[in-house]
Design a protein around this ligand. Sequence first.
Ligand code: NDP
Length: 329
Amino acid sequence: MTGTFKAILVTRDENKKQSVAVTSLSEADLMDGDVTVTIDATTVNYKDGLAITGLAPVVRRFPLIPGIDFAGTVRDSAHPDWKPGDKVILNGWGTGETHHGAFAEISRVKGDWLVPLPDGMSARDAMAVGTAGYTAMLAVMALERHGIDRDRGPVVVTGAAGGVGSVAIAILSRLGYRVIASTGRLSESDYLTDLGASEIIAREELSGPARPLAKERWAGGIDAVGSHTLANVLSMTSYGGAVAACGLAGGMDLPTSVAPFILRGVSLLGIDSVMAPKALRLEAWRRIASELDHRKLARLSTTIGFDGILQAGRDIVEGKIRGRVVVEM
Ligand code: NDP
């Protein structure tokens, strides 16, 4: 590679109006870091869609290359853990928010942020999982830590046809859970069943204002939607159950009551992928590599090129993307 590279750049004018474009940058434009990585694959997550469209203040430093995750090959390293040629994954740590991110041919980051690409996993597969899928695994692990095993009862997954939802269904079904998938796209029922959902329910069943307590329907939940949906999931969780909250595709509010917590002992488990400690990341990626069915990963992901990133970013915030989108560089 020469001294310049292709990148997407988010900028802001004097009126704080945000815009985004494909551009050419030089290596001198990269931010501080002790490892430079050639990006082999990246992906478009919901948060990337928010960064590209400016619908939420994801980008907090300008100008900035968006993109919260990548799989790549180490080119230069001054970090003791990494040497040229190593295959690595990066999720979060502020990349694509305050540090130049993944929508570029190269990236310079802190070596402490990287984890090794698991043996036998390609860069493409890692990004078919991406931050959405790694978050789904963090949510499954949180439910397990709370004792929600497959014998306790079904687990509901909201935003089921999206990235977090699709991977969560594939993982849970592989682990033997009975999965109830909630979707606004009933036309995707065959897709969700193929991933491992046992039952499909319409988004509308969970999108209205929640009663403090409703009929017990599941032992656990993985929620990517927030707002009324999360409130309903909580109110329908059986005694002693738990819900892992990881998303806000339906809203950032949570119009609930304390009833599920104090009358049914339900727990609300918060899931954050961005600052998750390294040991948890390594465990999540180890389990993804060993427990996620490759056939299902292929079924839930599509591939685009660099030139498709901006459109995919607009599509994902409109709920138009099914499963996961991989960007092969
Ligand atoms: P996707 O867009 O792929 O999936 C979101 C899904 O939510 C959609 O596919 C749709 O599913 C459903 N949905 C969208 N809009 C609405 C709405 N208005 N009301 C109800 N349901 C809706 O995004 P991701 O899966 O990548 O991310 C999901 C959420 O998780 C996002 O909010 C994202 O920011 C968050 N996230 C959080 C992380 C963390 O660290 N906590 C990490 C990764 C993601 P369907 O069509 O099936 O109804």
